[in-house]
Design a protein around this ligand. Structure first.
Ligand code: AMP
Length: 211
């Protein structure tokens, strides 16, 4: 299966991609995770990307396309993939489509996770990531105030770009750059809208029904 997950920041793409990629046994490719890892390791790519990522701006398309091409070259995506955070604008989508044409492969499905904007803002403000296993949690729900990861005990951290002003900027970037992809993939007949509200497992079930 070759799947792209679409949706605003905070729609739950990362959480769902982890669950779905396990279920259908294809690699989960998160360009955001790849960039954060490069930044953490202080690589050349990380140094180039840091300012963009931390301020909620899109990293230049050429850099992102190079990341995807290197994954394709490595053979990692031969048995399918679940893209999370890529493509992020029309230019990336068109370049991605050309890459796939050259390889004689096609996208099977684009899942658009639909979540109300107020809910997205609430989720991003409450989001914490485990510094060790990278699991994603929401604090504040049910009055919980977790500091440690319930799965591995690692320290839970707030992403730098989950601060209020950067969240606002990321939502604007989503509206102007990423949202047009909904029409782009609808026109190609491969987009399915999935309700992203409710419990994690329910949303995973809805996505799996459509893959
Ligand atoms: P995410 O983890 O998907 O929310 O991405 C976090 C940040 O990484 C974004 O705000 C961008 O700065 C950068 N980023 C991730 N994916 C892309 C992409 N496909 N194109 C450009 N920038 C990206």
């Amino acid at each position: 299966m070759r799947i792209v997950l679409l949706g605003p920041p905070g729609a739950g793409k990362g959480t769902q991609a982890k669950a779905i990629s396990k279920e259908i046994d294809v690699p989960h490719i998160s360009t955001g995770d790849i960039l954060r890892n490069e930044i953490k390791n202080g690589t050349e790519l990380g140094k180039k990307a840091a300012n963009f990522v931390e301020s909620g701006k899109l990293v230049p398309d050429e850099t992102i396309i190079e990341i995807i091409k290197s994954r394709i070259r490595s053979g990692e995506l031969d048995r399918g993939f679940l893209m999370d955070g890529f493509p992020r604008n029309l230019k990336q989508a068109k370049m991605f489509s050309e890459m796939m044409e050259e390889l004689n492969i096609k996208l099977d499905r684009v899942i658009n996770i639909v979540v109300d904007e107020n809910e997205v803002i609430r989720r991003l403000g409450n989001r914490r990531i485990c510094s060790v296993c990278k699991s994603i949690f929401s604090i504040g729900d049910d009055g919980n105030n977790m500091k440690r990861c319930p799965k591995c005990g690692g320290l839970l951290l707030k992403r730098k770009d989950d601060s209020e002003d950067v969240i606002r900027h990321r939502l604007k970037v989503y509206e102007s750059e990423t949202k047009p992809l909904i029409d782009y993939y609808t026109d190609r007949g491969i987009l399915v809208n999935v309700d992203g509200s409710g419990k994690e497992e329910e949303i995973t079930g809805r996505i799996l029904e459509n893959t």
